[in-house]
Design a protein around this ligand. Structure first.
Ligand SMILES: *[C@@H]1O[C@H](CO)[C@@H](O)[C@H](O)[C@H]1NC(C)=O
Ligand SMILES: *[C@@H]1O[C@H](CO)[C@@H](O)[C@H](O)[C@H]1NC(C)=O
Ligand SMILES: *[C@@H]1O[C@H](CO)[C@@H](O)[C@H](O)[C@H]1NC(C)=O
Length: 327
């Protein structure tokens, strides 16, 4: 269950660094840049002997070394199960370790050729029940499409009511960069229903801290707000929409911002789009901030990236064309 950023990360990084050129609040060009302080609701882990441990009962633990990764450890009568261990020097430790992952993860790891992340010993394609000693974990690939990583699976500990799904929801925080590096905003939103379909008490997202059902509904509501605000920001440009008067909005109105831009950058269509998407994402960010700045950590860090991702997906996945629709 290794994490897999690679292509998606590079792609998003490129997109966002381009966007950053145009939007002051998302551009961190200084190591002394000061964001909102991280609220006390998401404290740093209290390490003891290099690790912090949280016990959920029935032999299940959250374990972290403070590096930002959190793993699930399940003690059984015949050994332990470690779920989503960070990249680790396996070869020296691997004699008695068996790794299990989705078939797609194996393919990715074969391509990665990383000695610290060898391909798994056992793979599966749909569902897999992992029984070891007195413990059971139910692994499930929902086939939603490329959500973050093709082999990303649900890991369900039924007795302890713990659900683990890595890199989708980050309790206490807004998602990581660009809708948690998912390919599809629509799929990302719908995954919350699949998470909430499990009767879990504890959610582990692989980073930060464990959470509960409220953390998942908060994340869902936050994403829904970003999408609604992006729709509003785009429609501020649409001459046929209810917000017709906003066509002349001097911040985002195409008729206002594009002509002067083109006098400086003649015939530069890509530049024109970059300006438009950046401005619309910034308006979306501006609309989202008052709703969420005191609720989720990192709002001022990554909300622009979510808005930037959403304004693109609005036309591709939601049919919101704004000024580029038929008018
Ligand atoms: C299973 O065994 C482990 C190790 O003895 C123990 O810590 C755990 O509580 C047991 N869990 C269940 C669900 O029986
Ligand atoms: C927008 O501005 C143009 C002139 O710049 C004007 O002709 C038009 O009526 C304005 N539209 C709206 C909806 O205010
Ligand atoms: C967003 O808010 C900032 C700060 O108030 C403002 O300077 C900027 O013009 C706003 N951007 C848009 C696109 O409305």
């Amino acid at each position: 269950m290794a994490r897999n950023f690679k292509k998606a990360l590079l792609y998003e990084a490129l997109q966002l660094s381009l966007a950053a050129l145009g939007a002051a609040h998302c551009l961190v060009d200084s190591i002394t840049h000061r964001y909102q302080p991280v609220p006390s609701s998401v404290p740093p882990p209290q390490l003891k002997d290099g690790y912090a441990v949280q016990y959920f009962g029935d032999g299940a633990y959250l374990i972290t070394d403070g590096s930002g990764y959190i793993s699930l450890f399940v003690a059984t009568t015949v050994g332990g199960i470690l779920v989503d261990a960070p990249p680790y020097n396996w070869p020296q430790a691997s004699h008695n370790v068996k790794t299990i992952a989705h078939e797609f993860t194996k393919e990715e790891l074969i391509i990665a050729k990383d000695p610290n992340r060898p391909p798994p010993d056992v793979t599966f394609t749909g569902d897999y029940t992992l029984r070891l000693g007195n413990q059971t974990l139910e692994l499930s690939w929902k086939g939603l499409g490329p959500i973050h990583d093709p082999g990303n699976i649900f890991i369900w500990a039924p007795r302890q009511k713990i659900l683990m799904l890595v890199d989708m929801v980050f309790p206490g925080w807004v998602p990581f960069w660009g809708m948690a590096l998912t390919q599809s905003t629509r799929d990302y939103l719908s995954i919350h229903d699949q998470i909430l379909a499990y009767p879990f008490d504890h959610y582990i997202g692989g980073h930060g801290k464990s959470g509960d059902r409220t953390d998942v509904t908060n994340n869902r509501d936050y994403i829904a707000d970003v999408l609604a605000n992006c729709r509003t920001a785009i429609l501020a440009n649409c001459r046929t929409a209810i917000l017709a008067s906003a066509t002349n909005n001097t911040e985002v109105g195409v008729s206002q911002i594009v002509p002067p831009f083109l006098t400086v950058n003649p015939n530069n269509a890509w530049g024109e789009f970059m300006l438009y998407y950046t401005r619309v994402a910034e308006l979306c960010y501006n609309l989202t901030t008052p709703q969420w700045e005191n609720k989720l950590a990192g709002q001022d860090v990554f909300s622009f990236s979510h808005a930037f991702k959403a304004v693109g997906d609005m036309s591709l996945e939601y049919g919101v064309l704004g000024p580029f629709g038929v008018i």
